[in-house]
Design a protein around this ligand. Structure first.
Ligand code: ZN
Length: 133
């Protein structure tokens, strides 16, 4: 069925945006009962990860600690001024995979899929492909 994509409009320079419902819609539309769901973000200053979605403080804690680990004001050579965003994207990665079972995303009870914005606000694209096993 190929890749489908949707856009996410982020609101802050750095934030984790829960995109689980959008991905779940793509899974439902695919008609695949059992398989894998691949999520890919074609950006160098935004990534994707799976982590706790039940308590929103977890996502904000992740963003806060990564900001401490990779300070925006550190000395970098990249002249665009957003090296921190590139490095944070390396840490979370550009893609993730989740199981599809019974036609639904097979995430763990507390898991959600997050677009990780590190240089917003911007419009980001998320690409999704569902493959049957
Ligand atoms: Zn850059």
């Amino acid at each position: 069925m190929g890749w489908v994509n949707f856009e996410v409009r982020t609101k802050r320079r750095a934030e984790l945006v829960d995109i689980t419902e959008r991905v779940a819609e793509a899974v439902a539309r695919s008609g695949v009962a059992d398989g894998t769901c691949n999520v890919f973000v074609p950006h160098t200053t935004a990534g994707v990860t799976i982590n706790e979605g039940a308590d929103p403080n977890v996502a904000s804690d992740i963003a806060s600690l990564l900001a401490e680990l990779v300070p925006k004001e550190a000395v970098f050579e990249h002249a665009e001024g957003n090296s921190d965003a590139h490095i944070k994207t390396v840490l979370v990665g550009p893609s993730c995979v989740a199981p599809v079972r019974g036609g639904k995303l097979g995430l763990g009870t507390w898991q959600a899929i997050f677009l990780c914005e590190w240089d917003g606000p911007r419009t980001r694209r998320v690409e999704v492909a569902i493959s049957a096993l």
